[in-house]
Structure formats: C-alpha cells, structure tokens
Design a protein around this ligand. Structure first.
Ligand code: HXC
Length: 264
C-alpha cells in the first residue's frame, strides 16, 4: 500500500489509542506510527492481546509502542492510562477513542444492563478518556482527539438500538467538545467507519458467516462495490491529524454504504 501522505507528516507526535489491540484501531495505530509518530500507547481490557499487538506494531513500524490495560468505563483507569503515556513519552498529541462493545440484540429482548453496557463502553468511555486527556493536551498546540463512531446511527439499524444510541452520543460529544475545546487548541473530530473487512465490527454482527460470505452479502449495498480495509480508516486518521482547520467534523468512511437504496 502506497500512502499519499508523507512518511514524516506526524513527526514526533505521541498517540494514545483505546481499542488499539485489535481491528480498526490496531491499524489506526500502525498508520500513525508509519507516518512519523514517535510512539504510541494502546489500551484495552486484555493484557494478552495488547502485549501481542504492541510487539507486532513495534516490529512492523520500527517505532515504540507500549500498552496499558484499561477499561474505559473506569474514570480512574483512564487517568492512569494518560499518566502512563506521559511517563513513557513526556507528552500526548493524539488521542484516538476506539474502544467499543457491541452485540446483536432485538430492542424488545435487550436488557437495561445490556443497553447500559454498550453506552458505558462507547459513550461514557469516550467521555472518560477525553476528560482524562484534556488537561495534558490543552494549550500545547496541535493536539487532536479522534472519536471512532459508526454509520449504524445515521439512518437506523436493526438489532442495534443500543450501539446506534451509543455511537450517536459519540458523534454529539465530538461536536460539543470541538466547540468548547477549540479555543484551548484541541481539535476534536470523528471518523465513522462503515463495513470494514475482517474486524469484530463486521464479523460479530454476522454470526455464523465466514469472511467471504460477509463480503458477498455486504458489497451489494455499497456503492463503491467493496468492503473497506482497516488501513483505510488508519489513513483517514492520518488525514484528520494533518487537516489543521478541521474540527467538529465526523468523516464517514464507508464506500457510500449508508446512502444506499436499491434502484426503483
Ligand atoms: C443480548 C447481551 C449480549 C448479547 C451481552 N449482553 N451480550 N445481550 N445479546 N449477545 C448483555 C448481557 O446479557 C448483560 O446484561 C450485559 O450485556 C453485560 O454483559 P457482560 O458480558 O457482563 O458485559 P461485558 O463483559 O462488559 O461485555 C461487554 C460486551 C462484550 C459488549 C457484551 O461483547 C464486549 O466487550 N465486546 C468487546 C468487543 C466488541 O464487541 N467489539 C466490537 C465493536 S464493533 P444482563 O441484563 O443479561 O445481565 C462496533 C462498531 C459497529 O462497535 C460497526 C458495525 C459496522
């Protein structure tokens, strides 16, 4: 893959990426490091996955990648993750909120705890990390927060009432924080990925189907005719980091999927 961005366009930057141990945010971390970031801390709930992911990221990028076990629902855990990044690298320029939880459930059978769990990871977790990181990012120049949402909530999606509510909250938080934190030199943006091949976001939502079944099923409703690749979300993140006059925007990266209607 040839990147259209200069390999030093993020030179010296330090990133903290929740959900960076797998899927889309693993690739986001990789692209940030490949484009000049000096180091990254990836966060998630499972040490085993994080340890493996950080070793792969270091090997594939030649950059430093540390990990910190963090449940973003815990505000103190988020503060500790930010402190860890500060201890490791002395600053924090890029926060990516990618940690998410999801499952398929009809609204009528969803329990209040199930709804609260997904809201807690996605919406509250994003707020907790923003809240923890802001004091270290404000008035430093060039800081950016990237909140990863989805397109489920753009129209409405069956069996995704909980995740759609959570992702709509994330997009709303992106705009509110952009408004209040722009004067503090912190840009806050969103990226809304559509169906991305070989990630939990698509495989978990199509249980029992293998990757090629999912690919065939999904591409019919995607104007660009294919599922996305995780590195394409990583490139969108690099773009957002370099787009210095963009804040409060949520960039949809879905091949046009959410717009799709069958021909009349
Ligand atoms: C109905 C469910 C359920 C299911 C859990 N719950 N799974 N309800 N159907 N399949 C309910 C439980 O019954 C329980 O409520 C409540 O949720 C909490 O469940 P726990 O298992 O105790 O929670 P926890 O261990 O915190 O697990 C969180 C999780 C889990 C979300 C349920 O799957 C998770 O953490 N997954 C992380 C990885 C992941 O999902 N990534 C994909 C993100 S994709 P009761 O009332 O029964 O006690 C994404 C983008 C989508 O977000 C884009 C798509 C294109």
């Amino acid at each position: 893959m040839n990147s259209p961005f200069r390999s030093d366009c993020l030179e010296g930057k330090v990133a903290l990426v929740t959900g960076g141990g797998s899927g889309i945010c693993f690739e986001v971390t990789k692209q940030l490091l490949l484009h000049g970031a000096r180091g990254a801390v990836i966060c998630g709930r499972r040490a085993k996955f994080l340890e493996r992911a950080s070793a792969i990221l270091e090997k594939e990028t030649g950059k430093s990648c540390k990990y910190k076990v963090t449940d973003v629902r815990d505000p103190n855990g988020c503060i500790e993750a930010v402190e860890y990044a500060m201890q490791q690298y002395g600053k924090l320029d890029i926060l990516v909120n990618g940690a998410a939880g999801n499952f398929l459930a009809q609204a009528k059978s969803l329990s209040p705890k199930g709804f609260a769990t997904v809201m807690g990871i996605d919406a509250l977790g994003t707020y907790n990390m923003c809240n923890a990181a802001f004091p270290k990012m404000a008035m430093k120049g060039g800081a950016i927060i990237i909140n990863i949402s989805a397109t489920l909530q753009c129209p409405a999606t069956h069996w995704q009432a909980h995740a759609s509510a959570a992702k709509a909250s994330v997009d709303s938080l992106t705009r509110s924080l952009a408004l209040e934190w722009g004067p503090e030199q912190v840009r806050v943006v969103g990226i809304a990925p559509g169906p991305i091949a070989n990630t939990p976001g698509t495989t978990k939502l199509a249980p029992g189907l293998d990757a090629s079944d999912i690919d065939g099923m999904m591409t019919e409703g995607i104007p660009l005719g294919r599922m996305g690749e995780a590195w394409e979300i990583g490139q969108a993140a690099v773009y957002m980091c370099t787009a210095k006059y963009v804040t409060g925007d949520v960039l949809i990266v879905d091949g046009g999927e959410w717009l799709y209607r069958p021909p009349l």
